[in-house]
Ligand binder design. Structure first.
Ligand code: GDD
Ligand code: MN
Length: 250
């Protein structure tokens, strides 16, 4: 392997990674995901910050985040809350505005996305100077664990439909464990019309249109233990609507 494995001293000094963590009722998960993130970044020696975007969670997620900020420091944990639940897509847009890194990680806060994959994302990005690296559950050693058949079918169906209609050239379109160059993410967000779960899919489709370079890292997605998914029937309807809109306009 390359000299990058040698330890913290050999890291590129200039790069900084901003991790966007959108939360809605993630009180139980937040301390663990933050601890794992800090561990992953400290061990690999990359500069980072974690931006928690909480949408007025009734379970007190924000108070937990405040405690974490006291533990890890205000330069490492940034709190950018919103008053109410305004959706995943806009939570990212809100987070980007406050990010100081030149790279941005997007991931779920419920431990479905394990921070242990972060160094692999970074290695892949650097190897090809890629604009976007997308975690994939549907290629190589990637996989999904703990989902029932219904959830698996929804995800496979959404990916399959999108592959057929839009041919985006990436194997996991609805996943949301990704690494972007910040300016790339900003430019994609500006042309992105969707607000909810369909946002992830639209981002890859637009990236393809704009000829950004896309890499993939196989990841295992493990269903959450604490709390519940916010993906409901409404989200599925709006996904299909969003997909058809994209099909009609691209
Ligand atoms: N701030 C904010 N606002 N955060 C939100 C909102 C919201 O309105 N809705 C969800 N979140 C947060 C959750 O707290 C979690 O950290 C993350 O967004 C993902 O939400 P989940 O509810 O856990 O999503 P999921 O597990 O059903 O869906 C996952 O798989 C989908 C399909 O593959 C996510 O990775 C989705 O992004 C993905 O599209
Ligand atoms: Mn989840």
């Amino acid at each position: 392997m390359s000299s990058r494995r040698q330890g913290p001293q050999s890291r590129d000094q200039g790069d900084k990674y901003s991790v966007l963590l959108p939360t809605y009722n993630e009180r139980e998960n937040l301390p663990l995901i933050v601890w794992l993130l800090v561990k992953s970044f400290e061990e690999s020696g990359y500069n980072y910050e974690i931006i928690v975007i909480d949408d007025g969670s009734p379970d007190g997620t924000l108070q937990v985040a405040q405690q974490l900020q006291e533990i890890y420091g205000e330069d490492k944990i940034l709190l950018r809350p919103r008053a109410q639940k305004l959706g995943l897509g806009t939570a990212y847009i809100h987070g980007i505005k406050h990010a100081t890194g030149n790279f941005i990680f997007i991931m779920d806060a419920d431990l479905s996305h394990h921070p242990k994959f972060i160094p692999e994302f970074i290695r892949t990005q650097k190897a090809g100077d890629l604009d976007l690296v997308s975690g994939t559950r549907y290629s190589g050693k990637g996989g999904v664990y703990g989902w029932d058949l219904r959830r698996k079918l929804i995800s496979r169906g959404a990916n399959f439909l999108t592959q057929v209609l839009l041919r985006p050239g990436a194997s996991d379109l609805t996943g949301s464990f990704r690494l972007y160059k910040k300016h790339v993410l900003e430019s994609l967000v500006q042309c992105c019309v969707s607000k909810g779960y369909v946002f992830q899919m639209e981002m890859v489709v637009r990236a393809r249109q704009k000829n950004y370079s896309i890499g993939e890292v196989p990841i295992s997605f493990v269903d959450r233990v604490y709390g519940e998914s916010k993906l409901g029937g409404n989200e599925i309807v709006s996904f299909v609507k969003g997909l058809l809109t994209l099909f009609g306009t691209t």
